[in-house]
Design a protein around this ligand. Structure first.
Ligand code: 5GP
Length: 198
C-alpha cells in the first residue's frame, strides 16, 4: 500500500488558515488532523488525545531526548510538539495527515520529512490582510501594527514551500488545496507499488 500524504499548511497571522483547514477537514473525512502534544493545562472543553496529548514537562523533555517529535517549540512558557509516531503510523497505513503549524515548525518538518506537501496560504493583498487582522478585534493600534509587520515578514517564507494558495474565498482556497492533493497522489514516485503490479 502506498503511504498517505503529510500535508503541511502554514501562512501569515490573520490569513485565515484555521478556517481553511477546518473546512478542508470537514469536506474530506479521509484527512486526519495531527494531534500535538503540549505541557500546558487543558482549557475548558478540551479533550485529552483529541485537542492535544496533554503531558507533563518531564515526559515532554524525555520525548525530545528520544527524538520522538517531528518538530517542537516552546511557546508562552509551554512546550508544543508534533509527535512523530502518531503522524508516521497514520501515513504508513495510507492515511493522509494534516499539520497546521507555524512557519518555523513547518520548515523543521520539511528537513525531517521532505516528502511532505508544503502549502502556504496567501492573502489576496496586504491591505486585505491588515483588514482581517483589524477585524479580529480587541487589539490596540500598536499591537495590530506589530502583528501586521510580523505577517509581512512571514510572507517572505512562501518561497520555501511547494505550493502557494490564495485565500480570497474559503471555498475556493479549499478547492485549490484539494486539487493539489489530487495531483500529488498521481505523482509517479507515489504510485510505485501500483505501477509494479501492472
Ligand atoms: P494554544 O495554547 O492556544 O493551543 O496554542 C499556542 C500556540 O502553540 C499556537 O500558536 C499554536 O499554533 C502553537 N502550536 C500548537 N501545537 C503546536 C505544535 O505541534 N508545534 C508547534 N511548533 N506549535 C504548536
Amino acid at each position: 500500500m502506498e503511504n498517505g500524504l503529510l500535508i503541511v499548511i502554514s501562512g501569515p497571522s490573520g490569513v485565515g488558515k484555521g478556517t481553511v483547514c477546518k473546512q478542508l477537514l470537514h469536506d474530506n473525512d479521509k484527512i486526519n488532523l495531527s494531534v500535538s502534544a503540549t505541557t500546558r493545562e487543558p482549557r475548558a472543553g478540551e479533550i485529552d488525545k483529541i485537542s492535544y496529548f496533554f503531558i507533563d514537562k518531564e515526559e515532554f523533555e524525555s520525548m525530545i531526548v528520544n527524538g520522538e517529535f517531528l518538530e517542537y517549540a516552546y511557546v508562552h512558557g509551554n512546550y508544543y510538539g508534533t509527535p512523530k509516531k502518531y503522524v508516521l503510523d497514520k501515513i504508513e497505513k495510507g492515511n493522509d495527515v494534516l499539520l497546521e503549524i507555524d512557519i518555523q515548525g513547518a520548515l523543521k518538518v520539511k528537513e525531517m520529512y521532505p516528502d511532505g506537501v508544503f502549502i502556504f496560504i496567501l492573502p489576496p493583498s496586504m491591505e486585505e490582510l491588515k483588514k482581517r487582522i483589524i477585524n479580529r478585534g480587541t487589539e490596540t493600534e500598536d499591537a495590530i501594527e506589530k502583528r501586521f509587520m510580523a505577517a509581512y515578514k512571514e510572507i517572505q517564507y512562501v518561497f520555501k514551500y511547494d505550493y502557494a494558495v490564495l485565500n480570497d474565498e474559503i471555498e475556493l482556497a479549499v478547492k485549490r488545496i484539494e486539487s493539489i492533493i489530487d495531483a500529488e497522489r498521481y505523482k509517479v514516485n507515489r504510485q510505485i507499488d501500483i505501477i509494479k503490479e501492472i
